[in-house]
Design a protein around this ligand. Structure first.
Ligand code: WQD
Length: 403
């Protein structure tokens, strides 16, 4: 019939069960435009997160319909996630997943991939570099090869502000040089720079070979995502002790981490209060940025023309359809300011103790959000109070996360 919707586009989200992945999948489901496929090895995530995401989206779908109307089969399909427990380094299993949706099996193929899965602890990465290079870089190369073999040429790559290492100019623009030889940084940050360079070269190669469907990639450089869905039904649940500041504070306040004090990793940085400054943005704003970026990969769309009218200046004069965007709010908060904001949200009286610096930390990372705002229409309106309130709401309702 005339209002028949377009068929759902198959989109793979690697690391789909994770903190960032689950909130991105929730936001994708809400569009009712995609058949979402999650690939995750659950190294640092729980399959239960995806069950809850789908429940949340279905509940909201039903609530959006008139009482006597039930969802169409396609709308039901658009809030159901195909879930695979799979390590990206298991290339034969990844291939079997791609082939399941391929035209040979009556499918429409994988329209695009949002590649999130990676190890991401700045401190830990310096201690086990080969594990980080295998999991973050080799797995990405394997995924890209499989995408190429199956003619899948649209990628959203999960990158990080840590690609910039120590910067001279704050706020940071996408044209800021990434970590290079001798620039203070971290193994984790270097895995992200290497993957961006690999993706750039793939985009370039498909232009050089005159491909009719050139490989298109948008790399999203996250600053510091925080918070949770306001329902408190999904949130961040790292396996083991949380490394990141905000989840650690939430665990201390709810009592699942028994530390008597928060160790502040250095108070001798060249920043207003001596502690590191980061640009925190709400996880749902970050997720929304991914959906806009995915839509920007639609060849011929006005958004696609705008995004790829200019490629990211990489000094290589790259002509490939590669573009990088910072996802941040554009203002920074110090460790002590975050502690204060969480004290407000949790009413827990955190004690702090200043200790030595953490290897790999940089003094300040604040985004210049102008390019994503101008070209993607991306905005991150949710404020720090909302991030802390939503984080605390999740943690209080789920002291032991998804277990
Ligand atoms: C924030 C600040 C710490 C814990 C993270 C991810 C990284 C990337 C960006 C995605 C730092 C300080 C922390 C503690 C502390 N994410 N801190 N005591 O390091 O900016 O990076 O977000 O790509 O993968 O790791 O975030 O939350 O670890 O630290 O003083 O017990 O809090 O030194 O200055 P970071 P974080």
């Amino acid at each position: 019939n005339s209002n028949a919707k377009e068929p759902l586009k198959n989109v793979i989200v690697t690391g789909g069960a994770g903190y960032i992945g689950s909130h991105i999948i929730y936001t994708l489901l809400k569009t009712h435009k995609y058949k979402v496929i999650s690939i995750d090895n659950y190294h640092n995530s729980f399959p239960a997160a995806l069950t809850r995401v789908s429940e949340l989206a279905l509940t909201e779908l039903k609530a959006s319909l008139p009482t006597d109307t039930s969802p169409s089969p396609q709308d039901l399909d658009s809030v159901a996630i195909d879930v695979y427990k799979c390590d990206l380094l298991d290339s034969s299993l990844v291939r079997s997943i791609f082939s399941k949706y391929s035209s040979q099996n009556g499918g429409t193929g994988i329209w695009g991939v949002i590649h999130l899965s990676a190890y991401k602890a700045v401190g830990e990465s310096s201690v086990i570099p080969l594990t980080y290079y295998a999991n973050n870089v080799s797995a990405t190369i394997s995924l890209l090869q499989i995408m190429q073999d199956f003619g899948c040429h649209r990628l959203i790559y999960s990158s990080s502000a840590t690609v910039y290492g120590v910067v001279d100019e704050i706020p940071i623009k996408e044209t800021t040089q990434r970590q290079i030889e001798g620039k203070e940084g971290s193994v984790y940050g270097r895995t992200k720079v290497m993957c961006e360079l690999i993706v750039e070269d793939l985009c370039e190669s498909s232009v050089l070979t005159g491909s009719t469907t050139p490989f298109q990639a948008i790399s999203l450089r996250y600053f510091n995502p925080a918070g949770a869905h306001p329902s408190g039904y999904i949130g961040e649940h790292p396996r083991g002790r949380p490394e990141n500041l905000l989840p650690l504070l939430a665990h201390m306040a709810v009592g699942t981490v028994k530390d008597p004090v928060l160790k502040v990793f250095g108070k001798d940085y060249p920043t207003p209060d001596g502690t590191c400054v980061r640009d925190y943005l709400h996880i749902l704003d970050l997720a929304a940025g991914h959906v806009i970026a995915l839509q920007a990969l639609e060849e011929g769309s006005e958004l696609n023309n705008r995004v790829f009218a200019s490629t990211t200046e990489t000094g290589k004069g790259s002509k490939g359809r590669f573009k990088a965007y910072n996802l941040g709010k554009g203002h920074g908060m110090s460790v002590m300011q975050i502690v204060g904001a969480m004290r407000e949200a949790t009413e827990f009286d955190f004690k702090t103790e200043v200790v030595g610096r953490r290897r790999g930390d940089v003094p300040e990372l604040i985004a210049d959000p102008a390019l994503a705002r101008a070209e993607l229409g991306f905005d991150a309106p949710r404020d720090l109070e909302t991030m802390c309130r939503d984080l605390w709401n999740w943690q209080e309702k789920n002291p032991t996360g998804y277990e």
